[in-house]
Design a protein around this ligand. Structure first.
Ligand SMILES: NC(=O)c1ccc[n+]([C@@H]2O[C@H](COP(=O)([O-])OP(=O)(O)OC[C@H]3O[C@@H](n4cnc5c(N)ncnc54)[C@H](O)[C@@H]3O)[C@@H](O)[C@H]2O)c1
Length: 424
């Protein structure tokens, strides 16, 4: 049923709402843990009357998180955390079918993105869900007076947590922030299996190239890099990993990958995927060494992993070859194609992570908001993590939903594990 009284929003086309609703319902079927939380929130209303601003990728999975917060009594306003990651039909359904305020249009320009960030702050949030920390950084830099109204915030991704750590070091994080990415039921699954599958999905949808037999260079062997390399290998690619951290590099070696500096990998790769959360990890000198036909993309949070300015300077020509693909012809004659303008390839060229992993990530988000409200007088300013029991509970519910049983510690085992007297 349409909500005719929905407050002002900025979306691409309200008529897309019925398609969006079907997609939201499809995702919901694979989000049983979040569904259980929503059913409990409906009864207990832990977020009753609280203003929540959500800066996230506006996908069908995020819509189910928003529904959960709404069921908990929250007054939600949603903006996109990336100019290219919005699913316009989902945004329309959130407004028309669920009566939420949404400011997100796929392909919005940077001034519009910043305008939406400010609209989310005009909502005077008491709770903030952030993905990449743009909302919180803008709040702290530009709206100091509003900070005292904030009970706390949550951060979805590795890059956002890196920024929050830097703010904390500078004494600039004025309320409790829960690093949802730090939960094991988040990064072990979302970053690894979610990014692994959806990044390749993005590359395949954008290029329709066969991966078998191709050389895929994965830059960064963190949780996202591990998943991406694993899935590329599974599809028959010959995977090279580049790293700056010796421990991660040795992991990649023992996982069976070739490891070398990007300077060497540049001339070997057919497809390059960056997942580092770092700046200019593929730079001008690397583009210059690439083979004719190389394809380059990024699945790290921000669009600065590829130095596209340097690539532009090396190019004599540029044209669009397929949706979300730009081909640069370098002065040396080689052609290098960049996907999605260097933005998150999995969300720009495909649909982001499958619902099954976002089920656990967003269960963490919903429980983190509840936790912030319940413990608001006890939590310290700065970065916090959710208690281990919450992580264990989410994993246990996920297993239950999959019909998988596991063993329990016996009393004898518990006694042994807590004793130091028994040895050789
Ligand atoms: N695409 C998505 O949907 C998605 C999902 C989750 C996280 N992310 C983002 O992906 C990025 C990586 O996340 P993560 O959880 O894997 O982080 P992580 O910290 O576990 O791993 C990053 C790795 O990159 C390495 N690295 C840094 N600079 C490098 C360089 N110049 N060359 C090679 N390696 C380098 C680091 O040593 C580290 O091992 C972050 O920006 C994160 O926010 C994206």
């Amino acid at each position: 049923m349409s909500n005719k009284t929905a407050p002002a929003s900025e979306i691409k086309d309200a008529k897309l709402a019925p398609e969006g609703k079907i997609r939201i319902e499809w995702a919901e079927r694979d989000m049983p843990v979040l569904r259980l939380i929503r059913e409990r929130f409906e009864k207990e209303k832990p977020l009753k009357g609280l203003r929540v601003s959500v800066c996230a990728h506006v996908t069908s999975e995020t819509a189910n998180l928003a529904r959960t917060l709404q069921a908990g009594g929250a007054d939600c306003l949603i903006i996109a955390s990336n100019p290219l990651s919005t699913q316009d039909d989902v945004a329309a359904a959130l407004v028309e079918e669920y009566g939420m305020r949404v400011f997100a249009i796929k392909g919005e320009d940077i001034p519009t993105y910043h305008k939406h960030v400010n609209i989310a702050l005009d909502h005077k949030p008491q709770l903030i869900i952030d993905d990449g920390s743009d909302l919180i950084v803008t709040l702290v830099k530009e709206r100091e007076g509003q900070v005292k109204e904030v009970i706390g915030s949550t951060e979805e991704t590795t890059t956002g947590i890196t920024r929050l750590q830097a703010m904390q070091r500078d004494g600039k994080l004025p309320f409790p922030a829960i690093g949802v990415n730090d939960a094991q039921t988040k990064h072990l699954f979302d970053n690894r299996y979610g990014t692994g599958q959806s990044t390749l999905d993005g590359v395949i949808r954008a290029t329709n190239r066969l991966l078998a037999g191709r050389v895929v260079v994965v830059v960064g062997y963190g949780w996202c890099g591990k998943g991406t390399a694993m899935r590329a290998k599974g599809m028959g690619a010959n995977v090279i990993v580049t790293e700056v951290n010796p421990i991660r590099a040795i992991e990649a070696v023992m996982d069976g990958f070739r490891v070398m500096p990007i300077d060497e990998a540049a001339s070997e790769g057919d497809i390059f995927i960056t997942v580092t959360g770092n700046r200019h990890v593929i730079d001008g000198q690397h583009f210059e060494k690439m083979r004719d036909g190389a394809i380059v993309c990024n699945s790290g949070h921000f669009d600065l992993e590829l130095n596209l300015e340097a690539l532009g300077k090396l190019a004599k020509d540029k044209r669009s070859v397929r949706p979300f693909m730009e081909e640069f012809t370098l002065k040396n004659g080689n052609r290098v194609s960049v996907l999605a303008e260097g933005r998150l390839v999995n969300l720009s060229c495909a649909e982001g992570h499958p619902a099954s992993v976002m089920d656990m990530s967003f269960a963490n988000q919903a429980l983190a908001l509840e936790y912030l409200v319940k413990h608001k007088d006890k939590l310290s300013k700065g970065l916090n993590t959710l208690p281990e029991e919450v992580d264990q509970e989410i994993a246990a519910l996920k297993l239950k939903s999959l019909g998988i049983k596991i063993d329990k510690l016996t009393k004898e085992m518990v006694d042994y594990l807590s004793s130091w007297t028994v040895g050789t």
